[in-house]
Write a protein that binds this ligand. Structure first.
Ligand code: COA
Length: 346
């Protein structure tokens, strides 16, 4: 335990120590600022070099294409054609290398983040910070999933419009927050498909419309179907959390371990097992979205239907179903094809 100085001489001695410490701190901070400036200079030079390379590569690609098109007149040999193909492949590889590099470089925010956050830099500069942010995003979704599950269960038991409004308000806030977090993740190199972000914009809109739907016969007609669907969605979200955070931890281990105690094949087989368990639940939920949409369109045809919310929600569910279904099928197909390519190349 540190003891506090008693006599004047001791105080003086303590002060001298503090002075020395202070100078050390000043020196360390000066060095830190100098390094920061160096880092900023390196970031600028990297960003402009990448932009220059991209421009030149674009021009070169166009010229190579022209050469290829005119190859009969310009008498290019088979070797020349092969060389052109090789250059084109290297250019494609570089594009993904630049994408990886840019994940560690500050960049201007897109329109949405500029509107919401202003022009603040959201790029995290090391892998640990990126992983921690993604992990926190998954955990945030999990906590909110549990809260939403309990909330929809409570609404199912207690039929009270104000409680429903609170539930829908929570959904609007949740989806809005997800769109912001996902935009930050994309800025940091995450490969989230555009549809999943757009899906959260549509969900925000849908929950907003549900919030304004006035109490009445039609609202009551759809209410229990909507709440049961919300319960199911929270359940699926929970399964999705298990799968996605499992992928995240395994991919991280793959990136960090060099002794390969977790192999790429090991990850692939875990991923396929996880996916084949999850997919039936996902498809069931997506077809439930289609069913919601059909129910709402049927309600819209009833003579007593006066509320615009019925058609709006019907269209939103239809958009959600189509986007979710076709994107999921596309993702699975893409994974399957990549898997085939890998096993062929082994
Ligand atoms: N929401 C947010 N992020 C998602 C996502 C989603 N629905 N699906 C994938 N991602 C992220 C992944 O975490 C990964 O991020 P990273 O680059 O930071 O590591 C990136 O997108 C690429 O993921 P990908 O390999 O294409 O897919 P996956 O294996 O992680 O997940 C599915 C595939 C099909 C399981 C997933 O997309 C999914 O659950 N989709 C269905 C959603 C749905 O229909 N919900 C409604 C059900 S009622």
């Amino acid at each position: 335990m540190l003891s506090s100085p008693t006599g004047f001489a001791e105080c003086l001695h303590e002060w001298e120590d503090l002075e020395k410490d202070y100078q050390q701190i000043q020196e360390t901070h000066r060095l830190y600022k100098q390094k920061l400036e160096e880092v900023t200079r390196l970031q600028d030079s990297c960003s402009s070099a990448i932009a220059r390379q991209r421009k030149k590569q674009r021009e070169l690609t166009a010229s190579l294409l022209e050469c290829k098109e005119k190859h009969s007149t310009s008498k290019l040999s088979v070797e020349d054609m092969e060389a052109i193909d090789e250059i084109q492949n290297s250019i494609n590889d570089r594009s993904s290398a630049f994408f990886e590099m840019e994940a560690f470089l500050p960049k201007k925010n897109g329109l949405y983040l500029s509107l919401v956050l202003g022009n603040v830099n959201v790029t995290l500069l090391n892998k640990q910070a990126k992983f921690a942010y993604k992990d926190e995003y998954e955990k945030f979704k999990l906590v909110l999933t549990v809260i939403l599950f309990l909330f929809s269960f409570m609404c199912r038991l207690i039929s009270y419009r104000a409680l429903d409004a609170l539930f829908n308000f929570l959904l609007v806030w949740y989806y809005c927050t997800l769109t912001i977090r996902e935009s930050i993740l994309i800025s940091n190199g995450s490969r989230i498909k555009g549809w999943w972000v757009f899906h959260h914009y549509v969900s925000t809109f849908l929950s907003g419309v549900m919030l304004t739907w006035p109490e009445g016969v039609l609202y009551q007609m759809f209410r229990s179907q909507f709440l049961t669907y919300s319960l199911y969605q929270s359940f699926v979200q929970f399964l999705q959390y298990y799968y996605q955070s499992g992928c995240l931890y395994r991919l991280r281990a793959l990136g960090e371990r060099h002794n390969m105690d977790l192999t790429v094949e090991g990850f692939q087989s875990w991923m396929w097992r996880g996916l084949s368990f999850l997919l039936p639940f996902l498809f069931f939920g997506q077809f439930w979205q289609l069913y919601n949409s059909i129910t709402l369109f049927r309600m819209f045809q009833l003579p007593e239907c006066k509320e615009w919310q019925v058609a709006m929600c019907g269209c939103s569910y239809m958009v959600l179903f189509m986007g979710n279904f076709f994107t999921t099928v596309g993702v699975v197909y893409q994974k399957y094809m990549n898997n085939q390519d890998k096993s062929k190349s082994l």
